[in-house]
Design a protein around this ligand. Structure first.
Ligand SMILES: Nc1ncnc2c1ncn2[C@@H]1O[C@H](COP(=O)(O)OP(=O)(O)O)[C@@H](O)[C@H]1O
Ligand SMILES: [Mg+2]
Length: 295
């Protein structure tokens, strides 16, 4: 058999049964136009993001990590290349979507957590979590409120539900931000330096929440400049000067959720009681006709 034929066969029959990637980056370039001239912040990044993985995007400050997250969430436009998502059983390049379609997909598919929490200071914790549900319209008012309280219970902050954000600690605010990011039950969580403002003990608590979410099937992309966190991820995308470089870090021993069906039987603080994706405790699903195609 010729080498050419062999390579065609290899493509036709993948070696693993890995599910289809959730997101595919293909030669993503981002050039910022500045007064000092064009600045290439991303220079041809390609990567696949698989369901159930805890991907650590690691690189020094200025490497291009936040820029890359903005390309994945579609909040900023790439200069060239493609970000391919899987939507309605088809692959779509996000730059071909209208702003409305992109916003709808983003609202239902990903939750985002930032270093600075970005809770709205005039709203109580429960109101902060209600906001994305109100915007997305998957749940009615009673369901949303119930769900917001359940999410606060999940991050062990239910008793603070009616406080304002500046009346709780930074670590607690970040846990509220995680609960808010999960409000519409997205399969993907994106966290840009979520532990960057926290002391190590508090950061560890946030990490534990992520690890439990992974064990229960979420996909997390977490950005960090702290390479000592590398062993806690299931895979790394290492960025340097806008390019991905070979991974110099060991990966952790933790398996990802998709490889551990049925992980953690019994009570788990990150699972809503009786919760199935898109289904509220008590068995009510999203509003008929409104929740369709959520996943
Ligand atoms: N809006 C912008 N205009 C011009 N340059 C930018 C802009 N945003 C980021 N940059 C530059 O792009 C590079 C990558 O930035 P960023 O993605 O924020 O890095 P990181 O998140 O890894 O610290 C940096 O040199 C930064 O100064
Ligand atoms: Mg950044």
């Amino acid at each position: 058999m010729s080498p050419h034929k062999q390579s065609i066969q290899a493509e036709a029959a993948p070696l693993t049964n890995q599910p289809q990637p959730l997101i595919q980056l293909r030669q993503v370039y981002k050039v910022y136009e500045t007064a000092a001239g064009d600045f290439p912040a991303l220079r041809g990044i390609s990567a696949d993001i698989h369901p159930g993985e805890f991907l650590g995007v690691i690189g020094k400050s200025g490497a291009g990590k936040s820029t890359l997250m903005n390309m994945i969430t579609g909040v900023d436009h790439l200069t060239s290349g493609e970000v391919i998502i899987h939507k309605d059983n088809g692959a779509v390049s996000i730059h071909t979507l209208s702003e409305d379609a992109l916003a709808l997909w983003r609202g239902r598919s990903m939750g985002v957590v930032y270093q600075s929490f970005q809770l709205l200071p005039m709203l109580t914790l429960v109101e902060n979590i209600l906001l994305p549900m109100d915007l997305c319209g998957l749940y009615n008012r009673t369901e949303s409120r119930e769900r917001a309280l359940e999410l606060l219970r999940m991050v062990e902050l239910e008793k603070h539900a009616f406080k304002l954000p500046n009346h709780i600690s930074g670590g607690q605010q970040q846990r509220v931000a995680i609960a808010r990011a999960l409000a519409n039950d997205p399969p993907i969580l994106i966290a840009d330096e979520p532990t960057g403002s926290l002391d190590s003990v508090t950061a560890d608590h946030v990490f534990e929440v992520f690890e439990r979410l992974i064990e229960n099937g979420k996909t997390i992309i977490m950005v960090t400049h702290d390479n000592s966190l590398a062993p806690r991820f299931s895979r790394h995308l290492v960025i340097q000067d806008g390019e991905s470089i070979p991974d110099p870090y060991p990966v952790g021993t933790m398996s990802t959720g998709s490889h551990r069906p049925g992980a953690l039987p019994g009570y788990h603080p990150c699972i809503l009681p009786g919760h199935r994706p898109g289904v509220l405790p008590g068995g009510q699903g999203p509003q008929p006709g409104r929740g369709k195609g959520k996943r």
